[in-house]
Design a protein around this ligand. Sequence first.
Ligand code: IDP
Ligand code: MG
Length: 140
Amino acid sequence: MVVERTLVLIKPNGVARGLVGEVTARVERRGFHLRGMKMLRVSRELAEKHYEEHIGKPFFGELVDFITSGPIVAMAVEGPSAVKVVRDMMGATDPREAAPGTIRGDYALEIGENVVHGSDSVESANRELGLYFTAGELVD
Ligand code: IDP
Ligand code: MG
C-alpha cells in the first residue's frame, strides 16, 4: 500500500456555496486523513504558479480570475493512493461529464467553476503542497 499526500482545494464557488463541510466530510469519510488545512485568498502570483502548465491556453485568464475571486480552502490529504482516489472522487474536469456520486457530478455544471481541485500526480502533489503550505503548517 502506497500512502500519498495530495492537495485538495475547495474553489471560491465551493466556499461561497457552503460546500466546505460537504467536501471535507466526503474526503474524511472515505478514510483519508487531513494533515493540513487553511482558508486563504489566492494571489495572482500563486495562481499563476499553481496553474503554470495552462499558461497560454485560452481559458488561462479566466482560470486565474476565478481562483483569485474569493477565499478558498486548501487541504493536505493523506492516505492510500490519495492522488488517484481523490481525483476519482472529484470526477471529470467538465462537471457535465462527471459521474453522479462524484463531487463535481453532484455539485457543479460548469467547467470553469467545478468546485474542487485535486493534484494529478505525486510530483504535482508535492509541488502544489509546497506552494500552499509551509512544512510547519503540515502535521505528521
Ligand atoms: P483538473 O482540475 O481536472 O486537473 P485541468 O485540465 O488541470 O483540470 O484544468 C484546470 C482547471 O481549469 C479545471 O479544473 C477547470 O476549472 C479549468 N478548465 C480546464 N479546461 C477548461 C476549458 O476548456 N475551459 C474553461 N476552463 C477550463
Ligand atoms: Mg489539473
